[in-house]
Design a protein around this ligand. Structure first.
Ligand code: DHB
Length: 413
């Protein structure tokens, strides 16, 4: 027995991209159905990055029930550390923008609660296998529901927000059609029960390799260090991990505590060749992957759906196909800027295996070019806090202020 569901937009993936897209579409009166092969609990407990660009947090904070501004914390700068010295990049002073530290799984809890409260149809543990009739006006997702029964979702438009192993991308252009880059290292990430070691994030280039000191709360901290991408996280005990981190952030006294979560993240850059065809599009990790340095992954997914939501409103609301025809070109501009920024931060901060002494000294010259120049620091600040997304109607006039400059303006008025 196959059950068939009909909707306007079928979305595969209940991650940030799929959930925010359903919210934006609902605001325009467009209904959608979301399928995700994971359970709600799995989605809410996947540990990912924690930095939200200013426009990402403004959009999230405009969704009822968001805790981004209460549980999250505003960061007006970061520290770049090399040669044993820290250099502050003052986002607020340089570009009047900020970022917010709010873990992705917390944002997902908010989004799932908000969408379910609004009556969104989300099918958990429903696995999409294929997309059929892809060149027709009614593409169809072929799936199995949580009980293993066949489920077809027929729609006016299908969106793949289904991550790096996207089924929708395979249907669109074959799973590997795109542009790749591999890196000979990854990150070893930990969560530790300890107070913060610094007020702001520290990105540290050391002769021993890169480390990032990030945070989660007053009592839980997130830290990463460059490692072999194939290493087993269980091969290092707590003492070895702390020794490694101490060597990588010379001059900073790290506050230590029990390590209760650890794992290795591989590094990859990828951009799919095709982002849209007829009535199918892909967004977020289904469309591109970045190495985590600079935390662009989720922010780029949000930027994709802001552009796609507007295109779908035009197509389905006004039968105007202009915006969907230019969706891929529009999205690609930001995607390649973020690809460059993530690659640049990665290559500038990590030790590249087999690098010569020349390469190493040039890298320090590059870091010094950035921190010694107001323009260099401003470029980094602009890219890190995020290029404007043109949120417009997406957040309405009730959007809370999230940047230092906004808050100052508010206080003054
Ligand atoms: C975090 C992750 C990142 O990739 C980054 O650049 C900054 C912070 C984090 O998980 O806290």
């Amino acid at each position: 027995m196959t059950s068939t569901v009909r909707t306007q937009v079928a979305i595969v993936g209940a991650g940030p991209a799929g959930l925010i897209l359903s919210h934006l579409l609902a605001q325009s009166g467009i209904e959608s159905v979301i399928l995700d092969r994971r359970s709600r609990e799995e989605i809410e407990s996947t540990i990912r990055a924690g930095i939200l660009e200013q426009d990402t947090v403004d959009l999230l904070a405009s969704i009822p029930g968001s805790r981004a501004h209460t549980v999250g914390s505003r960061h007006d700068g970061i520290e770049l550390r090399f040669d044993g010295v820290g250099h502050r990049i003052d986002f607020a002073g340089l570009v009047s923008r900020s970022v917010w530290l709010y873990p992705q799984h917390e944002a997902l809890k908010d989004l799932l609660a908000a969408r379910l409260a609004a009556g969104q149809d989300i099918r958990f543990r429903a696995t999409a296998h294929a997309v059929e009739d892809i060149d027709s006006e009614r593409p169809r997702i072929v799936a199995r529901d949580d009980a293993g029964a066949e489920l077809d979702v027929e729609a006016d438009f299908v969106v793949g927000a289904d991550g790096s192993r996207s089924v929708v991308r395979s249907a669109l252009s074959g799973s590997h059609a795109g542009y790749f880059r591999e890196y000979p290292f990854g990150w070893f990430g930990i969560l530790t029960e300890a107070p913060p070691s610094a007020d702001e994030l520290i990105y540290s280039n050391s002769p021993d390799g890169f480390a990032l000191i990030s945070q989660r709360s007053e009592t839980v901290q997130r830290m990463y260090f460059q490692c072999d991408p194939h290493m087993d996280a269980d091969s290092m005990n707590d003492q070895q991990i702390w020794e490694t981190l101490d060597r990588r952030v010379p001059g900073v006294e790290l506050k230590k505590g029990p390590i209760f979560q650890k794992g290795v993240v591989p590094f990859r850059s990828f951009v799919a060749r095709d982002l849209q065809r007829g009535r199918i599009a892909i967004v977020g990790d289904a469309a591109h992957t970045v190495p985590p340095t600079g935390a662009k992954g989720m922010n780029l997914a949000v930027a994709d759906v802001v552009v796609l939501a507007r295109a779908l409103e035009a197509l389905l609301g006004r039968s105007d196909s202009g915006p969907i025809d230019s969706f891929a070109d529009e999205a690609r501009k930001r995607i390649w800027k973020a690809q460059h920024f993530s690659w640049w931060m990665t290559s500038m901060l990590h030790q590249i295996p087999d690098a010569s002494e020349y390469d190493r000294l040039r890298q320090l010259g590059e870091l010094r070019s950035v921190v010694d120049s107001e323009h260099g620091r401003a470029y980094l600040a602009e890219a890190y806090t995020g290029w404007p997304m043109d949120l417009g109607a997406a957040i309405g006039s009730a959007a809370p202020a999230s940047s230092a400059a906004d808050l100052l303006t508010r206080r003054a008025s």
